[in-house]
Design a protein around this ligand. Structure first.
Ligand code: SF4
Ligand code: SF4
Length: 124
């Protein structure tokens, strides 16, 4: 009897699933849609690379590049939490398929410039 009630209830209930991809995916306050990197803020500290559980990030300090393999990324958000320079953020919107990038790998040139220290007054 309990099962019959459940079945009948579902007949008159709106479907809980969506017709993806015809309908765009829904996102909510905590949705981890895709990772965004700002090359102008990255100091190449490598913390994101060290703390990524799936080795999805490679930071090359010498070449000044930041690389992500989006097929490896499990969207855990660790890198966003450890980046002290606000270079990484998690957007709610889902990105295009990782396949759109070459084999899911995206490479960025780091453009951060370390600010000069103010000169001491009275110095020569
Ligand atoms: S993205 Fe953030 S944590 Fe990663 S290397 Fe750049 S500054 Fe460091
Ligand atoms: S979100 Fe997680 S898995 Fe993805 S790059 Fe950042 S630390 Fe790695």
């Amino acid at each position: 009897m309990k099962m019959l009630k459940t079945i009948l209830k579902q007949f008159f209930h709106e479907p809980v699933t969506t017709l993806f991809p015809e309908e765009p995916p829904r996102n909510y306050a905590g949705t981890r849609g895709h990772l965004v990197f700002d090359p102008s803020k990255c100091t190449s500290c490598t913390m994101c690379m060290k703390r990524c559980p799936s080795q999805a990030i490679i930071v090359d300090r010498a070449a000044k590049t930041w690389i992500i393999d989006r097929f490896r990324c499990v969207m855990c958000g660790n890198c966003v939490d450890v980046c002290k320079f606000d270079s990484l953020s998690m957007e709610r919107e889902y990105s295009k398929s990782a396949a759109a990038a070459e084999r899911g790998v995206e490479k960025f040139d780091i453009t951060y410039v370390k600010p000069e220290k103010p000169k001491k007054e009275g110095g020569e």
